[in-house]
Design a binder for this molecule. Sequence first.
Ligand code: ATP
Ligand code: ZN
Length: 792
Amino acid sequence: MFDGDDQAGESAPDERPGAWFGADRVPPRAAAGPYAGIVVNRPIDQVLTYRCGPRVAAAIRPGQRVRVPLGKGNRLAVGYCVGVEDAPPEGLDPGRLKEVAEVLDPAPLIDSRMLELTRWMAEYYVCSWGQALDSAVPAGVRNQAGTRVGTFLLVPEETRQALKDQTLKPRLSPKQAAAMETLCRATGPLTISDVCRRAKCTAAPILALRRQGLIHSVKRRVGLGEAFGADEGDGESDLPDLARPPGPPGGVGPAKARLTLTPEQDAVMAALRPALAGDGFAPFLIHGVTGSGKTEVYLSAIEQVVARGREAIVLVPEISLTPQTIRRFRRRFDRVAVLHSHLSDVERHRHWQSIAEGEVQVVVGARSAIFAPARRLGLIVIDEEHESTFKQETVPRYHARDVAVKRAQLERVPVLLGSATPALETWRNADRGRYVKLAMASRVEGRPMPAVDVIDLRREKKFTGGLSESLREAVHRAVDDGGQVILLLNRRGYHTFVICPHCGDVVKCHACDVAMTHHKGRRLLLCHTCDAERPCPPACPSCGKPGLHYGGIGTERLEKEVIGAFPDRVVRRMDSDTMRRPGSHEEVLAAFKAGDVQILLGTQMIAKGLDFPNVTLVGVVNADTALHLPDFRAAERTFQLVAQVAGRTGRGDKPGRVLVQTYCPDAPAIVHAVRHDYEGFVAVELPEREGHGTPPFHRIVRVIARGPEESVVAKYMERLGVELRGAAEPSVRILGPAPAPILKIRNLYRFHLQARCPTARPLQVLLRDVPGRVPAPGGVELAIDVDPTSML
Ligand SMILES: Nc1ncnc2c1ncn2[C@@H]1O[C@H](COP(=O)(O)OP(=O)(O)OP(=O)(O)O)[C@@H](O)[C@H]1O
Ligand SMILES: [Zn+2]
């Protein structure tokens, strides 16, 4: 609802809310109006109505940004125009309406379909339309990064005519004539200094021409490849991630990169083809085991739509934006835009522009790429659709997969959701016939799935570090045979906790209710929640006695152990501590691919998407890290992680093997991951979920309040809980409020409650209505999370 915005509820009587639903209609303008519907990036629920003066009226269109006076103080705020009408919405007195101050964009930033998509987001995720719009348009586009306002010279038509008639030339000095000629020849706008440089003159003759009215100057915003005097080509910059310069639309890349499809891939393509050739919404779930060749299917599908002159958007988890993935797309298509998180604002703006201008065939990117302004969209693909990184954890808290399905519906195009371990929500949607389910049950070229064995840590004697004896031996054998090894441990740091043996207290972050992790190399204790650091204390912070005990194992400690056990092998660690520098991720993967690294260990970063044929062993050092979290998806996450990392082996000619260390060998998530049995897991997990009233059977909206005073937050949530219970339909169940599993983060105390219902609508209506009636005390913030993925 609001995230640190102190302007909440500021709307004054004069910005009138009204019914603005004709976003894509631009009616003819009458003298009295027009009236614009404006939304702002604030938690203001409604579309506000403003009058347009003649200058604004001439320029304003839906999808443009404007500056409007807001609130009692009439402070200017940036908003989006979502509609223009001749008459104000019924019941509003035109005389009392404020005026739009200024139109900011020369052309609409977003088209009517994006307006519709963001309006849906606002309703679905219980935020304001302006907040949804602001997240859809990258900051680099909003602030027009890479462009600048300059004063440019223009040659009016009369002057050009006079030059043609030869009446003017004799009246000009040689310098003036040279300047004039430069200006007339230029294909783009020139500044005074451009002309000086090219005509090799000073500013004086140019200013003289302007004084005589022979040339005019105008202020304009330029940049982003709009060349400053395009005839000389300066000011031009290439698109860093657009592989090749634009060619004619419709062309596809070299066919040599294409593989002959396996029978299973062929069958999937046959099922997709009518949808790819059609003009309708068609959602598919491609459930293909790891290494079954899903990416090859995406590429073939994209080829079909690109051949029709359409564009495709491919969403992948950020971590999968590896050179390996990108190369596969670039080999097949001429014009690929890659939207990753390291882009500068200027690069992002440039990509947006070239996508909007139809210069791009395929957009590959993480979550926010779903808003790419492709105008002739033909297909959306979501790879690893089960990944929780598709969910945004700030307002608007959207899930890119679900926004993708909505966008596909609005634009009437097919959408492919692909995974070896689909989210249970997706699986159930497919079961209920909302998505067409297509299966690929075997790996390409008849490769077997790797054999998976469990190591029951309860029976391992003398087990102190990360590797049991059996796992250590298996690593030995694998590297001795010339294979490579991946070791997964989903915890970073050296020791994972520090405890006092006298009083039993765990050393916690000062600001968070979280145990600190020992990072030995940096000689620090770190909070993984707020990134606070502090030196290792000499004595227990609670009781003051010395002799703190350091325990638990993270990747840093595992690395030390592995290097000790395999001194003549090259070992590399991949986690967010070692991969801080942009490009370090690629570097390690390239070394691993080249065979220069024999053992790669790390967090979930190494569990996904990698395709290295020489990996013959995967070791899961501790399969239980996520199993006991207070989260209804704990089992699902564990299953996914083990199944995905197991999928990294046996992808070449050599067979692969997986060893899973666990204290819970009988947990269904582990039992079924070991058997590569997704449906077996689902058969156990779904009834559990149904019994507990959790997704995919019930929808959840999580409401979290946080504030500096624990009792104030608690009391507020009690009141909100009472109000919600009073207003809820019978089908809605309210659970809580209760302290959140992590009670304190960054010195803010957190309480939450859940609203559950078999369908989402009653929850959304309830949460849009009620919180406004229970004003939050000062300093307390409320967050509404629809379909939450984090429960902590
Ligand atoms: N038709 C084919 N013929 C030969 N090799 C293929 C074919 N299709 C895919 N491959 C190869 O098989 C390997 C696995 O394919 P791909 O990466 O597409 O699988 P995936 O299902 O996306 O895997 P994961 O879900 O595990 O990431 C790749 O090396 C790919 O080049
Ligand atoms: Zn902290």
